[in-house]
Design a protein around this ligand. Sequence first.
Ligand SMILES: NC(=O)c1ccc[n+]([C@@H]2O[C@H](COP(=O)([O-])OP(=O)(O)OC[C@H]3O[C@@H](n4cnc5c(N)ncnc54)[C@H](OP(=O)(O)O)[C@@H]3O)[C@@H](O)[C@H]2O)c1
Length: 249
Amino acid sequence: MSQALPLTGKVALVQGGSRGIGAAIVRRLAREGAKVAFTYVSSSASAEALAGEINSGGGQALALRADSADTQAVQQAVADTAKAFGGLDILVNNAGVLAVAPVAEFDLADFDRLLAVNVRSVFVATQAAVKYMGQGGRVINIGSTNAERMPFAGGAPYAMSKSALVGLTKGLARDLGPQGITINNVQPGPVDTDMNPASGEFAESLIPLMAIGRYGQADEIASFVAYLAGPEAGYITGASLLADGGFAA
Ligand SMILES: NC(=O)c1ccc[n+]([C@@H]2O[C@H](COP(=O)([O-])OP(=O)(O)OC[C@H]3O[C@@H](n4cnc5c(N)ncnc54)[C@H](OP(=O)(O)O)[C@@H]3O)[C@@H](O)[C@H]2O)c1
């Protein structure tokens, strides 16, 4: 007897799904049976290729261009997802940017954009998405182990943005709990992506800090997100959960 996939009948939206951790999450949620929309800002070729891969493999995916720093674009992406797939059950706030510079030289335009993408868009998308969600709804933020441990200089605004998600997740859990919606914050350690390649000087400085002395793979974050999105994770909310190879241990 064939069993239904855990996310059959569910609709998901992943903010920032064209590359890296977000693309792994898109693939994983689709493999578990969800219809998946995802946003991107500049990588249209990767985004269209990913949607094509899922659609030609029997799944349903939709790539939407929407800059997470643009409130209206985020709200429109939520509405377009619900319209295209007939609702919205799972929101994954993955879009994020990293800016590193010595404090004296840190460009305040970078500071503002970092906060807009890493924090404000999480609130805006959640606010728009919960209007469509019912009992069993899921919001999953992608924070960082840098909210817990910040071992390098120049990244204070990034660490601050990911620390903000810890409080935002706790507060929103109180708003959303009565509606049967959970919200959690996954905090990856170093994961091999364009943002943080697993080789080079920076990587070599981070690897000895981990209990498991290697970079994570995007799939190792996607599997955790899929668990939190699924029916077995209904009693977990307001939590910030490390998947960091022991970086913060
Ligand atoms: N890699 C790590 O070591 C690590 C560790 C901890 C936490 N994280 C967090 O994990 C998340 C994903 O990181 P990653 O390493 O996969 O990054 P990445 O390789 O740089 O990919 C970022 C993804 O987010 C999208 N994105 C960025 N800015 C956006 C915007 N303004 N609007 C819409 N989409 C946007 C990108 O779209 P385009 O392709 O269009 O640019 C891309 O799909 C981020 O929140 C990051 O802070 C990463």
